[in-house]
Design a protein. Structure first.
Lengths: 334, 354
């Protein structure tokens, strides 16, 4: 255990120049192309972007969950330890106990032939080395805290509704009291009401225990309410980063702007009978190596946007953006 | 007491002139007292998926049907296009009751088309775009001038130039392009009504707007009527003229988009609206508790009362007067009341909340 002062001086997670490249049919497909960010204990970071922007790939590569399918370079310092180069045994110790993942489809992430109790007890017994009795007591408590009553804990995943399964996933992620939870689209397949319930629950549990969270979704407005900071990804890179509310209210990157307009505010006359969309399609990984990747769809693009390399630069206190039209400003951090 | 969302601020900003096209006398598509009951299975009782619905889609009108999974909205959509045979009530197309003979149904489906949520699943992976779009016309023996028909439909669906797309296979298209190809297949039959079940739920945020624009454009250009089924109230705000909110097989609130979304009357509609993040500092969603609704066990009285914040917060006197847990509610009709709720009636002591 680290002392509070040590915690304050050292980030929980430091990601530096992360690249993830898939090999596909003899070709190298870059999915993540240089991502940097840091997370202090208890920090919540939302990662938004469209499918194919690399957000899930980025998050899952932090724990080397892609195996040999992808080449991951850069540094992922978790409590000072580089997870990309550390031994498998150390990495295994970090998974679950240090950092756990809530996957998108609870039905496919849970084992269909084992009861939810068994599935929650397993990591506790393996990682925390607690006896089966103690593990069962803790699992029951955890499931209760996510709203699954004790009488249901010996049920199988298919006996639960989608929302309940996602709650089970959250309980599992909390099983070994991790310092970081990576939630990959935890509510995407769920109804709005269930989605609100799950996010409220996750927020509560995380606040209580000061767990850091990386939450990935395509719904920007949702992230603004659940996360302190927001990173918007496009074509494998972070194009805007800053405090959630500021990013949502006053987006600096044109892509963030169009993404935030895609979810209308009910009552806003500007969006009545006027859905906001963005012509064109998200680039496929490997396309558009030159200049700003968003330029082909950007309403503000100029000739100069189509060449050279574009980096995320400071644009205000705690904010940064990767757009030529946003003037650099000192005092920003990434 | 459950806070009832105050949307007066929103209302003040939204003095949009209602440009609802005046629906002609005969609605394009209508459900009258429609019910669909699925027989019980595995020891459960029959599922009353659609349990008495009146719904009207005027000519050139876009109606959004909103509800959570399991509320019966998809079953209703399928019943409206003749894919599910109602166990009670009627579907009327251009004022005439639907004829369920095979021949009549085929003719009917030419004019009333269904668009599904997942375009990847709706398209045959071994069929190129041309054949996918030509499938409907071929079935209906509209083979004369077929290439022009297919190209025209692709262009109207926004796949331009059509020549660039006809030879492609679904996997060579993005999600948005796939949904456009599906819509082109619908347009190739010159339909009068399109029923779209969650047409943008599986699409990316930026593409979502483009597909919604397309639906709006098709209405404006071709006078197409549309029923759009969704769980997304923002979608209704973006494109619809009227909204019907469905809960456990019934429409619980209906009206113009402005009425329902800015002045919701039913506590269920209010809760649905409250969980949409609005960017406000003090955003507090009204979370409904309890199990998701189960159409095999519809509660007595008002079917929403076990989850209703207004009922939970009502005084003893109001509860006794309203009797939401016992007293059945009348089925809403298009010309009747806006919302089905006992606690709205003037004889209750609760003030009307909106």
């Amino acid at each position: 255990m680290t002392t509070p002062t040590a915690t304050a001086s050292r980030p929980l997670l430091e990601v530096r120049d992360l690249h993830v490249t898939y090999r596909q049919g003899g070709q190298a497909v870059p999915a993540v192309r240089g991502v940097d960010f840091t997370l202090a204990p208890g920090d919540t970071l939302g990662v938004a972007g469209e499918s194919g922007c690399g957000k899930s790939t980025m998050a899952l590569s932090l724990l080397r969950l892609h195996g040999d399918a992808a080449k991951v370079t850069g540094e992922v310092l978790f409590d000072g330890e580089n997870l990309l180069t550390t031994s498998w045994s150390k990495l295994r110790a970090v998974r679950w106990a240090g950092a756990s993942v809530v996957f998108q489809g609870a039905m496919s992430a849970l084992n269909p032939v084992r009861t939810v109790l068994d599935q929650i007890v397993e990591p506790m017994v393996l990682h925390d080395r607690v006896g089966p009795k103690e593990a069962e007591r803790r699992a029951t408590e955890l499931l209760d805290s996510v709203g699954i009553p004790a009488r249901r804990i010996r049920s199988y995943p298919h006996e639960f509704s989608g929302g309940q399964r996602q709650r089970v996933m959250i309980a599992m992620a909390l099983a070994c009291r991790p310092d970081l939870i990576i939630a990959d689209e935890p509510t995407t397949a769920l109804d709005v009401m269930v989605q609100a319930q799950i996010l409220e629950l996750l927020g509560e549990l995380v606040r209580e225990s000061r767990i850091a969270v990386i939450m990935i979704t395509h719904d920007l407005s949702l992230l603004a309410h659940t996360c302190d900071r927001l990173a918007v990804m496009y074509a494998g890179r972070i194009v805007e980063l800053g405090p959630s509310r500021q990013v949502l209210k006053d987006p600096q990157h044109p892509y963030t702007r169009s993404l935030s307009q895609a979810f209308p505010t009910i009552g806003d006359p500007a969006s009545r009978r006027a859905p906001a969309g963005l012509p064109g399609d998200p680039p496929r990984p490997g396309e558009n190596d030159q200049g700003c990747a968003f330029a082909p769809r950007c309403p503000e693009a100029e000739e100069s946007c189509r060449s050279g390399e574009l980096l995320l630069w400071p644009t205000g206190p705690g904010r940064s953006a990767a757009c030529r039209h946003v003037p650099p400003q000192h005092g920003g951090t990434s | 007491m459950t806070p009832i969302p105050d949307r007066s601020g929103a209302e003040a900003r939204a003095d949009v002139p209602a440009q609802v096209p005046a629906p002609e006398q005969t609605p394009a598509l209508e459900a009258r007292d429609l019910s669909v009951v699925y027989p019980g299975s595995r020891g459960r009782g029959p599922a009353r998926a659609v349990d008495g619905v009146n719904l009207r889609i005027g000519k050139g009108e876009i109606v959004a049907l909103i509800g959570e999974s399991g509320c019966g909205k998809s079953t209703l959509a399928r019943a409206l296009v003749g894919l599910v045979r109602p166990t009670g009530g009627q579907v009327l197309s251009q004022g005439r009751p639907l004829d369920y003979s095979a021949k009549a149904l085929k003719q009917y489906r030419r004019h009333t088309q269904l668009v599904l949520q997942d375009p990847g699943g709706a398209l045959n992976p071994k069929q190129n775009v041309y054949d996918a779009v030509a499938l409907g016309p071929r079935l209906h023996r509209l083979t004369e001038g077929l290439p022009e028909r297919v190209h025209g439909a692709l262009a109207r669906a926004g796949l331009r130039p059509p020549e660039a797309f006809v030879g492609r296979y679904p996997h060579e298209l993005s999600g948005g392009q796939q949904q456009r190809a599906v819509i082109a297949g619908v347009l190739a039959l010159d339909p009068m009504v399109m029923v779209a079940d969650e047409p943008v739920a599986s699409l990316d945020a930026s593409v979502r707007g483009e597909i919604l624009k397309l639906i709006l454009h098709l209405r404006d250009e071709l006078g197409l009527s549309a029923l759009v089924v969704s769980h997304d109230l923002g979608l209704a705000w973006n494109i619809a003229d009227r909204v019907a909110v469905m809960y456990l097989g019934r429409v619980v609130e209906q009206g113009t988009v402005e009425e329902v979304l800015l002045h919701p009357k039913h506590p269920y509609t209010q809760a649905l609206l409250s969980v949409i993040p609005n960017g406000a500092e003090d955003w507090r969603p009204t979370l409904l508790t309890g199990e998701p609704p189960d159409p095999t066990a519809i509660p007595a009285g008002c079917r929403f009362h076990p989850r209703c914040g207004r009922w939970a917060a009502a005084s003893e006197a109001d509860r006794a007067a309203a009797a939401c847990d016992r007293r059945e509610l009348p089925v809403l009709t298009p010309d009747g009341a806006r919302a089905a709720c006992h606690l709205l009636e003037p004889n209750t002591l609760l003030p009307e909340t909106v």
